[in-house]
Design a protein around this ligand. Structure first.
Ligand code: TYD
Ligand code: MG
Length: 481
């Protein structure tokens, strides 16, 4: 059949969505018999056969050779808040949808208002939807943050279609929806925050972001027990998922990427909550070690990890507490480290180092709300646990990094030199690392703190245990037991 210059499309009278085929019910807004047939000229491909932007390319119906797809980063929106842009891998991609999740009170609305203010200064208007707080409340926060609010257009609504209509009208550089759990699609049953509503509202906003190229940031609450009722169901819909976390009463806030269609997820942003909102922390390692530096004596049960988070090395404290389980099944609790990984470390400490941990509750946490995903955190986690069990402080001048194998050997970690120099910069005399990093040196050279096995690392890091402590004896309840 010869190809004509026009094609038929069906446009929904309610929501203006275009459909390639007639449908009895609009799949976007759910309106019945609302699709009208119309013909329109076919889009002529540009001379080189390539759309002008990545967006065009992905929406093209004609196949396009992957190597010829242009990636246009010039339209990325830099918010001007570097720690935020860093986690995103440079900025907000045109037409992308971001989910910013976190517990109530952690500072999502504060961060979003600061982002909005920064974007208006550099790029243009921001549409800020506040479904939770009245305009007065938002204004009060703005005053506190020193934000004038010029060109931040505030809408206090929960009607998602009203929001979409305003996006088309105002054509802002960014849309902020605080929060997605307050939005409702009036033609759908279910209360705001229900799975159907959250999913449908996010879908409509995503569709508009894609067609308009205007990025949208959705705030989403997670509850204390980790049941991420609302946001979890959105993780597949959105392009980027960011989590803002803090350490209870502390002022540090860590921004993690947990999903990013456009870049890495291993980068972290570090902020501090103060009287004028969130400020970027320029020396995160130093801030993460503040509590440690205030202690008069080195505390047993703590160890210092030299990790690489994304592109930068970070020095953080790992804390552990062991306590007799008292005849019950031993409890294992991990905050900031993976529980399965921690259990593996406990098993290796039990079997290969001989520490009597089987009947001990073991609790591990990372200070500052940091989350360590690197296997290199194994060694500091093990040292903190051993230190708590033996009630002996780890050498306070020592940081550590190393992956622990099941046979109790230490495996190499990437970027050993950067870890060591960051540790030294912060005043640690050395960083305990797997011996393989000291290739070319014989151990007798005094080549530094290279260790081959976990047992050796424990002996080295817990100096008071080096001699005379026979914790490997079977049947020994250990000093903690
Ligand atoms: P908020 O951004 O409202 O949290 P979320 O939107 O995640 O629920 O922040 C709430 C907390 O932050 C609140 O306890 C007060 C504190 N805060 C400051 O300490 N300084 C500030 O400048 C602002 C605006 C808030
Ligand atoms: Mg809020």
């Amino acid at each position: 059949m010869p190809r004509t210059d026009t094609k038929t499309v069906y446009i929904c009278a309610e929501c203006q969505t275009r459909h390639p085929r007639w449908e009895g019910r609009c799949s976007r807004c759910g309106a019945w018999n609302a699709l009208n047939e119309t013909s329109e000229p076919r889009k002529k491909p540009p001379a080189n056969g390539i759309g002008s932007s990545a967006l065009d390319a992905f929406s093209a119906i004609e196949p396009i050779e992957l190597s010829r797809v242009e990636v246009n980063t010039s339209n990325w929106l830099q918010t001007g808040i570097d720690e935020f842009d860093r986690v995103l891998g440079g900025g907000v991609v045109a037409g992308s949808v971001l989910l910013l999740s976190g517990e109530p009170g952690v500072g999502k609305s504060t961060l979003l208002l600061q982002i909005a203010a920064s974007v208006t200064a550099s790029r243009g208007a921001v549409l800020y939807i506040s479904g939770e707080e009245s305009p007065e409340q938002v204004r009060m926060r703005a005053v506190r943050l020193g934000v004038t609010g010029d060109r931040i257009f505030l809408m206090n609504t929960d009607d998602v279609d009203a929001v979409i209509a305003r996006i088309d009208e105002i054509r802002p550089s960014l849309v902020v929806v605080d929060s997605i759990q307050t939005m409702t699609a009036t033609d759908i049953t279910g209360v705001a925050g229900s799975v159907t509503q959250v999913r449908e509202c996010a879908r409509r906003l995503t569709a508009r972001a894609k067609t308009s190229g205007i990025p949208v940031i959705l705030a989403g609450h997670v509850t204390k027990d980790g049941a991420i009722a609302g946001p979890r169901i959105l993780e597949h819909t959105v392009d980027v998922v960011l989590q803002l976390s803090g350490d209870g009463a502390g002022s540090l806030r860590i921004l993690h990427g947990t999903k990013n269609r456009y870049g890495h997820t291993n980068e972290v942003g570090v902020f501090e909550m103060g009287p004028k909102g969130l400020s970027e922390v320029t020396d995160p390692s130093k801030s993460l070690l503040t509590d440690r530096s205030l202690r008069p004596e080195p505390a047993p049960g703590t160890a210092v990890a030299a990790v690489i988070e994304g592109t930068r090395p970070l020095i953080v404290e790992v804390q552990a507490l062991t306590a007799p389980a008292g005849g019950q099944t031993a409890r294992r609790v991990a905050t900031g480290v993976d529980l399965a990984r921690m259990n593996q470390v406990v098993a290796v400490l039990t079997r290969r180092v001989g520490l009597p941990l089987a009947s001990q509750d073991v609790i591990v946490s990372v200070t500052g709300g940091m989350r360590l995903s690197e296997p290199a955190a194994d060694l500091p986690v093990a040292l903190a646990i051993a230190s708590s069990l033996l009630d002996v402080a780890v050498d306070p001048g020592l940081a550590a990094a190393g992956e622990i194998g099941l046979s109790g050997e230490l495996r190499a970690v990437p970027q050993a030199d950067r870890r060591r120099s960051e540790a030294r910069r912060l005043g640690f005399h050395d960083c305990l690392l797997p011996f393989s990093h000291l290739a070319g040196h014989s151990k007798k050279d005094g080549a530094g703190s290279g260790v081959v096995t976990l047992a050796e690392a424990v002996r080295m890091a817990l100096p008071r245990c080096r001699d005379g402590l026979h914790y490997a004896r079977s049947g020994d309840a250990g000093p903690g037991g």
